[in-house]
Each structure stands twice: as structure tokens, then as C-alpha cells.
Design a protein around this ligand. Structure first.
Ligand SMILES: CC(C)(COP(=O)(O)OP(=O)(O)OC[C@H]1O[C@@H](n2cnc3c(N)ncnc32)[C@H](O)[C@@H]1OP(=O)(O)O)[C@@H](O)C(=O)NCCC(=O)NCCS
Length: 163
């Protein structure tokens, strides 16, 4: 099977007061919802089919997003398995009033799975990894994916749940 290049997808939003907590910074959950949506778009464009989120991983909230900030969310498929993909999502903020420089606020990884109309996992295309950045992202995602599966196994074992 020939390898496929992953193209990034991006979107812009403005942070309104109803997106924020009482301290005037954005709710983490609201930010994560937007990131999850973009991860889904990046993954489904790459596979050309439906995808679901299996888990959210390795989130780093580096600096707060404030009311009035413009935020750009950028998502790209960085790793693929047989039926699963890891999407890296980054959020950058700019403040038009304060003229603050662009800041990277949050980075997260999403484990996505490609599914058919019956909700069953299906094969995804192979990923072309060529640039230094793609290689670095691939290595990080491989760790993220491995740790997610170890954690899932441990949690299910301890809770006595079936996979
Ligand atoms: C995600 C889902 C399709 C996996 O189904 P499953 O029967 O457990 O699938 P399998 O065990 O056969 O694994 C299929 C792939 O998913 C991956 N996967 C499953 N659970 C995972 C997890 N928690 N983290 C990372 N990858 C996971 C497996 O590693 C495997 O990848 P591979 O084919 O590349 O090796 C299924 O659990 C599901 O539909 N979950 C609900 C998803 C959803 O509704 N998300 C939105 C939440 S509101």
C-alpha cells in the first residue's frame, strides 16, 4: 500500500465570556472539545472514513487562554497503526487588543479509530513520515500510543472490567 502524507487542518475562534471560568480564562474542557473536533476532522480526512475518539492523551496546558483572545487550533495525524491513528493538536493564542505575540497554549494527543458503518474498526492508510518534525512527532506519538494501551490494560484489570 502506498504511503499517504498527512495535511494539517486548522480553525480560528474568538474566546467569549461564556467560554471562560470566573477568572476570565478559558475552560479547559471547552478547549478540549474544540481540539477533539479538529482531531476528528484531521483523522477522517486522512482515512476517508468515519472515526471515533478512543482516548485523549498527554495534554499540556502550558499557558492560559484569555477572554478576547483569538485562538488557532491546528491538528495533524502523526502516527498510524492498523485501524488507529494518533492526532497531535496544538492551540495558539493571540490577543488583538493587547497586541501580545502569538503563544502556544496547549498541546494534546488524541487516539482515534477508523470505523465502518457498523462501528467496526477498519484499516487506515500508511503514513508518510519524511521531515525531521514528522519523525519527531511520530516518535512521541508512538510513546503516547504505547502508554495508552498499557494504562487501558491496567485499569481494566484492576477494575475487573472486560476489554
Ligand atoms: C474505539 C473503539 C472503536 C475500539 O473498539 P475495540 O473493539 O476496542 O477495538 P480493538 O480492541 O479491536 O482495537 C482497535 C484499535 O483501536 C485501538 N484502541 C482501542 N482502545 C484504545 C485506547 N483506549 N487507546 C488507544 N487506542 C485504542 C487499538 O490499539 C487498535 O488499534 P490498531 O488496530 O491500530 O492496532 C470502541 O471502543 C468504541 O467505539 N468506543 C467508543 C468511541 C466513542 O464513542 N468515542 C466518543 C466518545 S463520546
Amino acid at each position: 500500500m502506498s504511503k499517504k502524507k498527512a495535511t494539517p487542518v486548522s480553525s480560528w475562534d474568538i474566546v467569549f465570556p461564556n467560554d471562560a471560568n470566573p477568572y476570565g480564562t478559558m475552560f479547559g474542557g471547552k478547549l478540549m472539545a474544540g481540539m477533539d473536533e479538529m482531531a476528528g476532522i484531521a483523522a477522517s480526512r486522512f482515512c476517508g472514513c468515519q472515526v471515533v475518539t478512543a482516548s485523549t492523551e498527554a495534554f499540556i496546558f502550558k499557558s492560559p487562554v484569555k477572554v478576547g483572545d483569538r485562538i488557532e487550533t491546528i491538528a495533524r495525524v502523526v502516527w498510524v497503526g492498523n485501524t488507529s491513528l494518533v492526532v497531535k493538536v496544538q492551540v495558539f493564542a493571540e490577543n488583538p487588543v493587547q497586541g501580545k505575540k502569538r503563544t502556544r497554549c496547549t498541546t494534546g494527543h488524541f487516539n482515534m479509530v477508523a470505523i465502518n458503518n457498523d462501528g467496526q474498526p477498519i484499516r487506515v492508510p500508511d503514513l508518510e513520515v519524511s521531515t525531521d518534525m514528522e519523525k519527531q512527532d511520530y516518535e512521541v506519538a508512538e510513546i503516547v500510543k504505547r502508554q495508552a494501551l498499557i494504562r487501558k490494560k491496567e485499569v481494566l484489570k484492576r477494575k475487573g472490567m472486560r476489554d
